[in-house]
Design a protein around this ligand. Structure first.
Ligand SMILES: Cc1cc2nc3c(=O)[nH]c(=O)nc-3n(C[C@H](O)[C@H](O)[C@H](O)COP(=O)(O)O)c2cc1C
Length: 346
């Protein structure tokens, strides 16, 4: 019991003391425990008992569009998150995927008042990765992925970590959402971002119930068609970087070049400020005087692709800029000498 109280103090108290980002209700240990007791006393159906153990995502609803493929993946032990996930899928036109544990959670497993119950043990073990019995077969098709879960001791259940580590979500737009007895989403959002640092994370939300879904989705402005149109990916030494493309005919021609297949370029270092390599094709030039910054993507003499990690001033063409990377990080990633990079649109 002493240990349970200690866990309560460590995990729940911060939500109580410091407020909870987007939450709509304030929380305290007693709020959370009394609401949870209410829930279990009405005998909510557990995820394991539910009859929706899909092996692939449910097909897109009629409101879906061809351009924006949305996946709503969720884990729900007692059905609350499921209801909200269903509403998100319905309203956004996304495909629904329930993350089904290989070993179902029994009521005993979820008995958080018992500090050695399975859920508590997993949450206290950094290495716990509960197995999942089903899989998303076509993850590469999705542009936007919602990740839904209950809050367990202030953060996401460890099965969510298993799910995120099972696929490559680089370059995808990701959104965390949760339900809880009162705690906010705060800690889970940062934990998810840590697992998928190469995704674009939009602001997540704790949802009280399905009635909050429509307004939230609207505020997210999920116009992925527009977003994807102006984005290119650069894979360097195993890391996938996202770059915003310039609004000119050179960037348009580069996209055309990458339309069917990614392009791999061997690049060499020049003058301690850039990596340069041949595109193997001529692109239209839109030369102008530019003083470069780290992350700038430049077309030199119409056929050389250049990544700048430091400053240079010259008359050349802007192709785009790498997002969300510091000069130090970029320098380290590119290394001191030759480097091979792959450009792609997906
Ligand atoms: C092991 C466990 C730990 C929990 N920890 C918290 C918590 O820290 N804060 C909170 O507000 N609710 C907590 N809850 C309550 C759930 O987050 C809440 O009931 C949620 O809506 C359940 O979602 P589900 O029905 O989709 O599983 C916990 C529940 C369990 C089983």
């Amino acid at each position: 019991m002493k240990r349970f109280l200690a866990v309560c103090m460590t995990l729940i108290l911060p939500f109580y003391l410091f407020g909870c980002g987007n939450q709509t209700e304030s929380s305290s240990v007693s709020d959370f425990t009394s609401k949870a007791a209410e829930q279990s006393s009405v005998g909510s159906k557990t995820g394991n008992e539910a009859d929706s153990a899909e092996t692939g995502a449910d097909s897109e609803s009629e409101t879906g569009s061809d351009e924006t493929k949305i996946l709503v993946a969720y884990f729900s032990a007692t059905g609350t998150t499921r209801t909200v996930a269903e509403e998100i899928a319905e309203t956004s036109g996304g495909d629904l995927f329930e993350i089904v544990p290989a070993e179902p959670y029994s009521d005993e497993d979820l008995d958080y008042g018992n500090d050695s119950c399975r859920a508590n043990r997993e949450q206290n073990d950094d290495n716990a990765r509960p197995a999942i019995s089903n899989a998303v077969e076509n993850i590469e098709d999705y542009d936007v992925v919602f990740i839904g879960h209950p809050i367990w001791w202030g953060k996401e259940p460890k099965i969510i970590d298993t799910f995120l580590e099972s696929y490559d979500f680089s370059g995808k737009t990701m959104i965390d959402f949760c339900t809880s007895g009162g705690s906010g989403i705060g800690q889970s959002e940062s934990s998810l971002k840590e697992i998928c640092p190469d995704s674009e994370w939009l602001e997540g939300r704790r949802l009280g119930d399905s009635s909050e879904v429509a307004e939230w989705l609207e505020s997210l402005e999920l116009n992925t068609e527009k977003r994807e149109e102006s984005v290119m990916y650069i894979t360097v030494n195993g890391r996938k970087l996202t770059a915003d493309l310039a609004d000119n005919s050179s960037a348009e021609a580069l996209k055309e070049l990458l339309k069917d297949d990614p392009l791999t370029i061997d690049m060499s270092d020049y003058s301690n400020f850039e990596k340069v390599g041949g595109l193997g094709a001529e692109l239209p030039r839109n030369d102008e005087q530019i003083t470069t910054e780290a992350g700038d993507l430049i077309l030199y003499q119409g056929n050389q692709f250049v990544i700048y990690y430091d400053t240079n001033s010259w008359d050349f063409t802007r192709l785009g800029k790498i997002r969300d990377i510091s000069q130090e990080e970029l320098k380290e990633l590119l290394g001191g000498g030759d480097v091979t990079v792959t450009l792609s649109l997906e």
